[in-house]
Design a protein around this ligand. Structure first.
Ligand code: DP6
Length: 333
């Protein structure tokens, strides 16, 4: 056994995972579809140890690699315990992890972080790359459902149904199929007030949750078809409707969860006007206030130029569809 390092990307959901049938195992209430990103990455080195305890280090906003805070370290250890149980490898590990997205940019890192951890762990203790289906299963063992989708590149569906107890994600189309871009308008840099975990927990208390589940099959079909046909005009309204539906469920949960800031609405309004001006742009938000604006390559400049000028937008990040996780040589040091 020797140290191994992996990089894994974040992803942005076009159809969201929101609500679970088993939250501890991250088994979702509904299928979701995402686009794997390219530049927003986590990198993780897993080094097998002789000792009796796992060690977890994280590179913080100050750029220094230091022991992780207890809440994060506990989550990593729990994931390692589940990876050990699945692989039969008893070894303890030193984990060093960092994100390539700018610190304080309000980007979620659990999907990329736990997917990178699963890939690095497999390479370190089994001495080989974990195939995508198995990596997807192992990433989900972290409890981060969205990590399930980060195991694959391009456009990914996580069916999440009861037909397959392992519940992996599957590839819909690879990254070369359609060069979509994601321009992120950052309006919030501090952590969100209510975790995704609590949001999932409360989702079924919304009186609209059953209505959402009933509408999703048609919405999933619409997204699959728009992706297959590379039809941005068909994709845009469905993606926006879905993002607003997630926030409607959050708002009407008991107790309610309110993620938006005033600038979230300002960005949504600007995106709508961009579309009226003939620019391909579609907004989506995860469990937070930042707005991911999906667009075609031809529209990216116009979208980015418009979003930096919206009041309350502190910065704009640019990303695009990407090829998925990989093992790399450079250790986190
Ligand atoms: C709104 O349980 O995967 O992003 O572990 O915090 O990343 P984290 O959350 P997770 O829920 C993701 C919720 C979502 C929608 C989505 O990505 O499908």
């Amino acid at each position: 056994m020797r140290p191994a390092t992996a990089e894994a990307p974040a992803n942005i959901a076009l159809i969201k995972y929101w609500g679970a049938r088993d939250l501890d195992s991250a088994l979702p209430a509904n299928p979701s579809i995402s686009m794997t990103l390219s530049s927003c990455l986590s990198r993780c080195t897993c080094e097998p140890l002789d000792g009796a305890e796992d060690r977890v280090e994280f590179r913080g906003a100050d750029g220094r690699l230091a022991p992780a805070d207890e809440a994060f370290a506990a989550r990593v250890r729990r994931h390692l315990d589940r990876l050990r149980a699945r692989t039969g490898a008893g070894v303890r590990c030193r984990i060093r992890t960092e994100n390539t997205f700018p610190a304080g940019a309000g980007m979620a890192s659990s999907a990329s972080g736990f997917c990178a951890l699963a890939l690095a762990f497999g390479a370190a203790v089994e001495g080989r790359p974990t195939p995508p289906r198995e990596l997807s299963i192992r990433a989900r063992l972290s409890g981060s459902g969205s990590a399930t989708r980060s195991a694959l590149g391009g456009y990914v569906e996580w069916p999440g149904d009861e037909g397959d107890a392992d519940c992996p994600a599957r590839a819909l189309f690879d990254a070369e199929h359609w060069d979509l871009r994601d321009v992120v308008a950052v309006v919030q840099t501090e952590p969100k007030s209510v975790s995704s975990l609590d949001g999932h927990r409360r989702a079924a208390t919304s009186p609209y949750f059953e209505r959402r589940l009933a509408e999703l099959p048609a919405r999933l079909d619409a997204v699959r078809e728009a992706l297959a046909a590379r039809d941005f005009a068909a994709l845009a309204p469905t993606v926006e409707e879905e993002a607003i539906d997630l926030h409607l469920i959050a708002l009407s949960s008991r107790p309610p969860v309110f993620y938006w800031k005033p600038s979230t609405l300002a960005v949504l309004e600007r995106v709508r006007r961009l579309r009226d001006e003939g620019v391909d742009a579609a907004a989506t938000m995860d469990a937070g206030a930042n707005v991911h604006v999906l667009c075609t390559a031809a529209s990216e400049e116009a979208v980015a130029a418009a979003l930096v000028r919206v009041e309350g937008v502190s910065r704009v990040l640019r990303d695009r569809v990407g090829a998925g996780p990989r093992l790399v040589e450079d250790e986190v040091a």
